[in-house]
Design a protein around this ligand. Structure first.
Ligand SMILES: *[C@@H]1O[C@H](CO)[C@@H](O)[C@H](O)[C@H]1NC(C)=O
Ligand SMILES: [Mn+2]
Length: 492
């Protein structure tokens, strides 16, 4: 097995370490690994013996990149050509989100010509004229695709054997199913493949994707582990193949910035508008996870904005839970999430179901925060520059600390239940269980001991301490109040 062609090797002036810093993975090694290197077949045994029809829908594969190393892109292309039946692979569409690396211009065009000399019309490239972000890049790739089924992937992947047939055959069975393959992990340093477990990705109220355990039925002896599992979120890198059904419901929300939230938006739109999303254990794609993201801006800013877009368009009265999760006031959150009117129209036009239907029928594991009445930071009226804080040892004794409103001070999951008990989430739990907190600006009293949560200053030079003591009439406020909670009948 020969080495990779050397024409794209990086100039000797760049040390392996510099390359690593620039790209976030071991480019020095990648440049020297064969483009057609074998990778372990991570499929279940039942997948390997499964038979699929010869006659299946055709496939366009979209590969998105931004300043990716040339050897990585060429290896992705090579794996797709070698591991997809040629009668099914209609084209590979490269989408360049305005890279600045020189080799991704003329040299890449030459490579495309070479591939097309061997496989006429197979490779296409779409180049953005400015940086437009992942979501727009996916949309551009989708729009340039002409096959029956479109698979949208990052360019730092290698598809594994037999990856396409299960996807195409499932979509042939049911055209409203959106599929994700299982993504295994290519290590950024040694490029070894690590097998990842199948998981049913879900999300939390901040709309971050997270791993959900698989449903129990799936593990039952009688079940076929090659069958699909429901997905609620296509975990970012894990953007699976999309198909024609998406053309009807729209690919992604073009109003989203950079990154984050688009995966949950897609999930909700598909489920609420009559489709479903599945992960197929027999379809495996190896994904290179960077050690660091060299060009990523502060993710949480774009994520928060995108989350509010999703909440406003798709979540009805449940949208308030997204505001709790991000500790934002429901009125005037101070975030411009852009114009969502066309998204709301789309939802109406497609006659999509409610979020209440979705959470009750499709995603019962997502627990509504219906008892929240106050959330955010908690201050004593004696001194409003300091906030209750979980302290240096989470789960230990809470302290008073200068207000910064980062997560250690946010009573995100503090609940004021119908019986008006304040259950403070973090460390205060044991300290304060069964405290009563009737209204904003009232004392916080432990109903058993009749003692109050208060602050004391031992002498003028020491900071305030948080204590339980005989009540002296101190009052507390929590940052945000849910004013008309309980009037929202949909949430009961
Ligand atoms: C707290 O109040 C109780 C009941 O009124 C009283 O017996 C006790 O001495 C008080 N403790 C302090 C430290 O003032
Ligand atoms: Mn990726």
């Amino acid at each position: 097995r020969g080495l990779a062609p050397t024409s794209y090797l990086h100039p000797p002036g760049l040390l392996p370490h510099d390359l690593f810093t620039k790209y976030g993975y071991n480019v020095y090694l990648s440049d020297r690994l064969p483009l057609d290197r074998p990778i372990p077949d991570t499929r279940y045994p039942s997948c390997k013996v499964k038979k699929y029809p010869h006659d299946l829908p055709t496939l366009s594969v979209v590969l998105i990149f931004f300043n990716e190393a040339m050897s990585i892109i060429l290896r992705a292309i090579t794996s797709i050509i070698n591991r997809t039946p040629s009668h099914l692979l209609k084209e590979i569409v490269l989408v360049d989100d305005y890279s600045s690396n020189e080799d991704l211009k003329g040299y890449l065009d030459e490579q495309i010509k070479n591939y097309n000399a061997k496989h006429p019309g197979l490779l296409k490239i779409v180049r953005h004229q400015k940086r437009e972000g992942l979501t727009q890049a996916r949309i551009s790739g989708w729009e340039a695709s002409t096959a029956d089924v479109v698979a949208i992937l990052d360019a730092h992947i290698e598809v594994n054997v037999g990856w396409a047939e299960p996807i195409l055959s499932r979509i042939k069975e049911d055209r409203t199913v959106i599929i994700s393959p299982v993504f295994d992990n290519v290590h950024f340093d040694d490029f070894e493949l690590l097998e990842y477990a199948v998981s049913a990705d879900g999300f939390d109220w901040a709309l971050w994707c997270l791993y959900e355990p698989l449903p129990k039925e799936w593990y039952a002896c009688t079940s076929d582990p090659s069958l699909g599992v429901f997905l609620h979120c296509s975990q970012t890198p894990m953007t699976g193949p999309f198909q024609v059904f998406l053309g009807e419901i729209g690919v992604l929300d073009g109003g989203m910035h950079i990154y984050g939230g688009e995966n949950v938006e897609l999930g909700l739109r598909v489920w609420q508008c009559g489709g479903q999303i599945e992960v197929l254990p027999c379809a495996r794609v190896a994904h290179l996870e960077r050690a660091h993201k060299p060009y990523m801006l502060d993710l949480s800013i774009a994520m928060r904005r995108n989350a509010l877009r999703v909440a406003e368009v798709w979540m009805d009265d449940y949208k308030y839970m997204v505001y709790f999760a991000w500790n934002l006031p429901i009125e005037n959150p101070g975030i411009d999430y852009g114009d969502v009117s066309s998204r709301k129209e789309l939802r109406k036009k497609l006659n999509c179901k409610s979020f209440d239907w979705y959470i009750k029928n499709v995603y019962p594991n997502l627990i509504p925060l219906t008892t929240v009445v106050v959330y955010g930071t908690m201050k004593n009226t004696l001194n409003e520059n300091i906030c209750v804080d979980q302290g240096p040892v989470p789960g230990n004794t809470p302290i008073m600390y200068d207000c910064h409103a980062y997560s250690s001070q946010v009573l995100k999951t503090s609940y004021l239940t119908a019986t008006r008990n304040l259950l403070l989430s973090f460390a205060l739990d044991s300290f304060l269980s069964h405290a009563s907190f009737v209204l904003q600006g009232s004392s916080v009293m432990n109903k058993k001991t009749k003692r109050c949560l208060e602050i004391v200053m031992d002498n003028l030079s020491s900071p305030y301490r948080l204590v339980m003591q005989n009540c002296t009439g101190q009052k507390w406020n929590v940052q945000h109040t849910v004013k008309d909670w309980g009037k929202r009948s949909a949430l009961r």
